[in-house]
Design a protein around this ligand. Structure first.
Ligand code: ADP
Ligand code: MG
Length: 256
């Protein structure tokens, strides 16, 4: 369980200080899948970065299972059980996909297990296990490999920042199935997904809308989702394709 209280983040910019987030109060209880949505630039990724420890808040506190982690490092939080998949994943030169999954899982993985993780994000596993995690992988492949590592980690809190970005619709379907399966086994853990996708909003227990650095709305899916459908905060998962046959979803919009 994560308790976020009065969290604020102020960034230094060329034009002086800018308040990015303020007064954020949010509980992430065990056993729940929470989807965070809202307009671009609202502060969603910043909130995820603060929880993962990549950025330090300018005010407020984050308590994880009764322990104040506001000042804890990324490594410490990862060790305590916070896993994070970036909106823009990182490449690791020299590491093979298989190694990356084993490091994430924290143990030796049988090839079949590693394969299962990759299949769950829509990658044909055998082709990828021995590939190096470098620039030969496309953005979408890299993104899916990173999501697979967060799944393999099975953290107490798993945070996915716009998992749909750069992923084709077919892989997107297996991703949703994967999140659904994860949801079934999270009695003592929780999942936070930042997303604009209607089909991801649809699997949420709770929806949080972040706008202009504040929580604009927060409640059970049934209370929030109907008012979001058809707005720019919820992009449909199944658009009509313009051209080509592999449309790509980025930042909640569909590029065919
Ligand atoms: N370190 C930073 N310095 C300056 N501006 C930042 C910094 N981090 C985030 N921002 C700005 O804060 C706003 C919120 O960003 P972000 O959290 O990425 O939004 P979202 O994920 O909701 O699209 C954006 O306008 C972004 O440019
Ligand atoms: Mg973002």
């Amino acid at each position: 369980m994560i308790q976020i209280r009065n969290l604020a983040y102020t960034a230094k910019t060329d034009e002086g200080e800018r308040e990015i987030l303020r007064g954020i109060d949010l509980d992430i209880p065990d056993g729940r899948l929470i989807v965070v949505t809202g307009p671009n630039g609202g502060g969603k990724s910043t909130l995820a970065r603060l929880v993962a420890g990549i950025a330090k808040p300018s005010g407020g506190s984050i308590v994880f299972d009764g322990r104040d982690i506001t000042g804890a490092s990324i490594t410490e939080r990862a060790r305590l059980g916070i896993g994070f998949a970036f909106q823009q994943p990182v490449r690791f030169k020299g590491l093979k996909v298989m190694d990356l999954l084993a490091i994430a899982a924290g143990r030796t993985l049988a090839k079949s297990e590693a394969c299962d993780y990759l299949v769950s994000v829509g990658l044909c596993a055998n082709d990828y296990l021995q590939r190096e995690v470098n620039s030969s992988l496309s953005g979408g492949e890299l993104k899916r490999i990173e999501i697979a590592t967060v799944i393999a980690k099975a953290s107490k809190v798993s945070i996915f920042d716009e998992p749909e970005a750069g992923i084709d619709l077919w892989s997107f379907q297996s991703l949703i199935d994967t999140f659904r399966n994860m949801r079934r086994t999270i009695a003592n853990s929780s999942i936070v997904i930042i997303s604009h996708q209607e089909r991801i909003l649809a699997i949420a227990d709770e929806i949080v809308v972040i706008k202009d650095g504040l929580i604009a709305r927060h409640g059970p899916k049934a209370a929030i989702l109907p008012s979001l459908i058809g707005t720019s905060m919820a992009a449909p998962g199944c658009p009509k394709f313009g051209r080509g046959d592999v449309p790509v979803i980025t930042e909640g919009k569909i590029h065919a």
